[in-house]
Design a protein around this ligand. Structure first.
Ligand SMILES: C[S@@+](CC[C@H](N)C(=O)[O-])C[C@H]1O[C@@H](n2cnc3c(N)ncnc32)[C@H](O)[C@@H]1O
Length: 241
């Protein structure tokens, strides 16, 4: 990849800014928060744009021009990366999200850009993809209330329900099992540091080498840092397995 290429072009930065201006934070507040959605977005909007753009810049150095990316559970946080991929790298992106209200709202904000969110199970997407983005999906406390506290080391041994946990673990593993085969190799996975274990587990079960990048990138909304995993071919720096 050419070193002179801007990480996120000024054109893409301007588009990201315009989309963030158009985001309907009242609607999104209802999706992201039980209450206090307006206040949440007042404080999170600018960090989400800034940190999202920083991640997009780092991602631009990991991807080649013209590939395809599958985004599982994409929302506001993913907008800068999605725009960088489509505008700067001429890649095709497929962002999926199960929340209809959020998808409608995100698509109105992204009108006039190549980014189009879809309300569908990402596991139904037709591959192959050379990049899989899955951030704050496999440890979502809303969907996995018994698994998430364990992931974050906050499970209560008195009330912990191992039966409910194993059902949720099966659901998470099944989502990973249905998405990972769509990744061509070598391929890239973008995920949170909390979710690396699920990708690593899949690679171990399939005897596929992977490398977790050492660099971590802070995020604004869920707060878990993001990292890159190279699947199928070792790269120079990071832990190799
Ligand atoms: C906690 S939110 C994370 C949103 C965003 N990635 C972020 O980091 O702010 C989890 C999202 O994953 C989506 N999701 C969960 N399973 C999915 C699947 N199988 N296909 C598509 N989206 C999924 C949900 O609809 C929800 O929007």
């Amino acid at each position: 990849m050419g070193k002179s290429r801007p990480r996120v072009s000024s054109c893409t930065r301007a588009t990201i800014g315009r989309v963030f201006q158009r985001l309907e934070f009242r609607t999104l507040g209802r999706v992201y928060c039980y209450e206090g959605g307006d206040g949440f977005w007042r404080t999170k909007r600018e960090p989400a744009r800034r940190l999202g753009t920083r991640i997009a810049a780092a991602l631009s150095h990991e991807l080649s021009i013209g590939g395809r990316s599958l985004y599982v559970g994409a929302g506001v946080a993913e907008i800068p990366a999605l725009l960088m991929e489509t505008v700067d790298l001429q890649r095709r992106v497929h962002p999926f999200n199960l929340r209809r209200l959020e998808v409608g709202s995100l698509n109105r904000a992204c009108q006039g850009t190549p980014v189009r969110f879809v309300t569908r199970d990402a596991a139904t997407a037709a591959g192959p993809f050379d990049h899989l983005w899955i951030v704050s999906v496999l440890n979502d406390p809303e969907r996995f209330p018994d698994l998430a506290p364990l992931s974050y080391g906050r499970a209560d041994p008195v009330t912990f329900d191992p039966k409910r946990f194993s059902i949720q673990r099966r659901t998470v593993q099944s989502l990973v099992d249905r998405c990972m085969p769509k990744l061509s190799r070598p391929g890239l996975v973008t995920t949170s540091t909390e979710e690396v274990v699920w990708i690593a587990d899949w690679c171990h079960r399939h005897g596929i080498p992977y490398l977790v990048g050492r660099k971590q990138f802070p995020t604004a909304l869920v707060g878990d840092p993001i990292c890159f995993i190279h699947v199928g071919m070792p790269k120079k720096s990071g832990r190799m397995h």
